[in-house]
Design a binder for this molecule. Structure first.
Ligand SMILES: C[S@@+](CC[C@H](N)C(=O)[O-])C[C@H]1O[C@@H](n2cnc3c(N)ncnc32)[C@H](O)[C@@H]1O
Length: 364
């Protein structure tokens, strides 16, 4: 069993992304989930999970309980090398002192025969404290379809949870998203997708080595860059020549540098061309997943389509070329997705600011 430390503000969406790197993901407390197994290389490429640790056990969110848990835990006595304890209080929710937790748990490890190296330990024990209500914010927009996650008991009753989980770090995500901020890319346009969201939607669409992901309205290529960095082959089309040229510039820059990829997998191949998302130059079933970020409001739609027709046409073309799609937009588009033959697997909503709510639809 593994402990996942989630990142970002939307645990349900983070857990959904984590399913691309882990099995049996279940949220257990704000910012925390467990998983039956993980694929370490894929954890390295997650946007909204910080790390996965081999779970030693879990108890209540207080230092005494954590100490008792560690005293009783079966520890791998053959674990060579030095250890250190790192404690976190998720969103400051449990109010425990992380310094005290680290000292007390470190003492238990020393008593149990481990040698501690706080600077450069060979193994890190995570002690993660979290308290609060498990909200179920993965919701169907219209008719109560199942959410992306199986509800836990705590979800159903809405009860408050108080958790301390202990685990040895097994894999950490590479936090280099800041280097790909839209405004720092060789080609930038307003409306470019933030690299964290772009990575997450690429992962949810199934990006990984051996898979092909299409963004039929690729803009500056934000999704394609992130999909390529986790090893997927990526294809992009856009109606505007300016965007196609710009996406090429960004993809050359980020997917063809000399140094190896920080995620540890080879970067995928890429192809970008001018095209209309409602008439894709691809054969049926040509790709494994489609991701697109529909134009918002009046922004950047091409003159020949009304926005509704553009999205409906793109959804139906996506259905023809793939079995999975992830759509990001400023409105739900659920009806159009169903009319195009998709089933809604999950939907996530996040209020970005007063006049913008972002919807993510996962379609299969
Ligand atoms: C919201 S932007 C995508 C932004 C992109 N995700 C990024 O990170 O830069 C929408 C894009 O759809 C493109 N577009 C509009 N109508 C289109 C159509 N019929 N076919 C293909 N692309 C279209 C626009 O040129 C624009 O680049």
């Amino acid at each position: 069993m593994y402990l996942l430390e989630l990142a970002g503000e939307d645990d349900a969406f983070a857990a959904r992304e984590a399913e691309s790197a882990a099995t049996g993901v279940r949220r257990i407390a704000p910012g925390l989930a467990t998983a039956g197994s993980v694929v370490p290389e894929r954890v390295r490429g997650l946007a909204y999970t910080h790390r996965a640790s081999e779970l030693l056990g879990r108890t209540d969110a207080d230092v005494e309980s954590a100490r008792t848990l560690l005293e009783a835990a079966e520890l791998d006595r053959d674990r060579d090398g030095t250890v250190a304890v790192r404690a976190t209080d998720v969103h400051g929710s449990s109010g425990i002192s992380t310094g005290r937790a680290e000292r007390e748990l470190g003492r238990v490890l020393v008593d149990r025969g481990f040698s501690v190296d706080l600077e450069e330990p060979d193994h890190r024990l995570r002690a993660v404290f979290s308290a609060g209500r498990l909200s179920d914010d993965a919701r169907d927009a219209s008719d109560g379809l199942p959410t992306a996650l199986e509800a836990t008991d705590a979800d159903e009753s809405g009860e408050r949870v108080s958790v301390c989980a202990l685990g040895w770090v097994a894999a950490e995500s590479v936090r280099d998203f800041g280097a790909r901020a839209p405004t720092d890319k060789p080609f930038f346009q307003p409306g470019s997708m933030d690299p964290l969201l772009a990575r997450a939607v690429a992962n949810v669409a199934g990006a990984r080595p051996g898979r092909t992901i299409l963004d039929p309205m690729c803009g500056t290529g934000g999704v394609l860059v992130e999909g390529g960095l986790v090893g997927a082959d990526v294809i992009g089309t856009d109606a505007q020549t300016k965007m196609v040229d710009g996406a090429r510039e960004n993809l050359t820059h980020f997917l063809e540098p000399d140094e190896p990829a920080p995620t540890g997998v080879d970067r995928g191949c890429w192809h970008v061309g001018r095209g209309d998302a409602t008439r894709l130059p691809l054969r049926d079933g040509a790709v494994d997943g489609v991701v697109f970020d529909a134009p918002y409001g009046r922004q950047s739609k091409i003159a020949t389509h009304r926005l509704e027709d553009l999205v409906a046409g793109a959804l139906s073309e996506a259905r023809r070329v793939a079995d999975r799609a992830v759509v990001v937009a400023d409105r739900s588009w659920v009806r159009e997705a169903r009319e195009a033959g998709w089933e809604l697997e999950a939907t996530f909503e996040r209020r970005v600011h007063r006049s913008l709510t972002r919807y993510v639809l996962v379609l299969g």
